[in-house]
Design a protein around this ligand. Structure first.
Ligand code: G6P
Length: 366
């Protein structure tokens, strides 16, 4: 009801603004990296596995894709990420030395539960879930668990559950790295400090809301949008496009920016806004040349840069600068900006933000 909403117009907006608290709660009590954060016996399990298989649906699947980039680069463990409804029905090659990780806000998604059972039936018994509901079927079914503390999420389009999943998956990344001898005490201290600072950094991103509202007014008049990212921000581009289509009904697609020339460039005209996630990382220079390809075709660029990215606004290039450069954890900050863009675009279009047509919060049937 209205009382629960406080100053917010929708649950989605309230949940976006709850993220600093949700991440703080999810990481509360984490004073150091240790396998036991994931349950009793986790060390033995993490010692025995030599690959990770992530199973999830929807937004949770995109959290898994982000984790693949993290785990492979930091822990050097090979990761595959599969859409649960595909994995459960395809013939795959099982490996008993796999850590099966399910990611689920509700812990009740039928396809994810079935994919987990399928993996087990193939002889993979090391199971871990990243889940927001401690009493759910998923937590009961997995031997290890990390419970995110997003709190109840009402908006059908997931927001705070996603960023808390990312926080938990980063912890998993560091833990696997430690078990593999790839995390020394100095690095651990740096990462922990960055994680503890996330709520403050995220609040600073949420304070960009007025600038994002100005962009949303432009987006509300469009019927298509393209989202570009590279590396750890490619899954965030996917999530930004998903948020926009779910609640504003604008057709949105995401591409890894290097793939632009293999198809989507054909769609770029003055009518196609192109949202670009452009933090100052190793791929920034490559991304800038992708941006020029868009400008050359008349596409308008809406760039989420950060304090260190050397990109300035010019004709057809709009820039919002996130206040901090956040390295590997940057996806958590960038996605919050994209959530706000989707939210305000939907608001301007007058759609039912918290209950988009045809969609359900939790899909407990196939
Ligand atoms: C539905 C929701 C999405 C969610 C997905 C997976 O489609 O609308 O927001 O990402 O299910 O749900 P889960 O609870 O397993 O994370």
């Amino acid at each position: 009801g209205a009382a629960e909403l406080g100053p917010y117009r929708h649950f989605m907006q309230k949940e976006i603004f709850e993220q600093p608290r949700a991440i703080g709660d999810t990481l509360e009590g984490v004073t150091g990296i240790m396998p036991e954060l994931f349950g009793d016996g986790a060390y033995q399990v993490f010692k025995q596995i030599d690959r990770v298989l992530i199973l999830a649906c929807g937004t949770s699947y995109y959290a898994g894709l982000t984790a693949k980039y993290w785990i492979e680069s930091v822990a050097q463990v090979p990761v595959s990420v599969e859409i649960a409804s595909e994995y459960r029905y395809r013939v795959s090659v099982p490996d008993p030395r796999t850590l099966v990780v399910t990611i689920s806000q509700s812990g009740e998604t039928a396809d994810t539960l079935a994919a987990l059972k399928h993996a087990r039936s193939l002889g993979m018994h090391h199971t871990l879930t990243i889940c927001n509901v401690a009493t759910s079927a998923m937590v009961r079914e997995c031997s290890l668990a990390y419970i995110t503390r997003a709190g109840v999420e009402v908006g059908v389009a997931s927001t705070k559950a996603f960023t808390t999943q990312l926080a938990a998956l980063f912890l998993l990344t560091l833990t696997l790295a430690q078990v593999n001898g790839r995390l020394d005490d100095a690095q651990e201290a740096i990462y922990l400090k960055q994680m503890r600072h996330l709520p403050v950094a995220l609040s600073a991103v949420l304070a960009l809301e007025p600038q994002i509202i100005a962009w949303a007014e432009e987006f509300a008049r469009k019927e298509n949008a393209l989202f570009l990212g590279r590396g750890i921000h490619y899954p965030i581009a996917l999530e930004g496009a998903l948020k926009l289509k779910e609640i504003s009904y604008i057709h949105a697609e995401a591409y890894p920016a290097g793939e632009l020339k293999h198809g989507p460039l054909a769609l770029v005209t003055e009518e196609m806004p192109v949202v670009t996630i452009a933090p100052n990382d190793a791929l920034l220079e490559k991304l800038k040349s992708n941006m020029q390809e868009v400008r050359a075709r008349g596409g308008e660029l809406y760039v989420f840069a950060d304090v260190d990215s050397r990109i300035t606004s010019s004709d057809g290039v709009h820039v919002i600068r996130l206040p901090e450069h956040y390295g590997l954890l940057s996806p958590i900050l960038h996605v919050a900006a994209l959530q706000l863009l989707a939210y305000h675009t939907a608001l301007a279009r007058g759609t039912d933000v918290d209950k988009p047509r045809n969609l359900a919060k939790s899909v407990t049937v196939e």
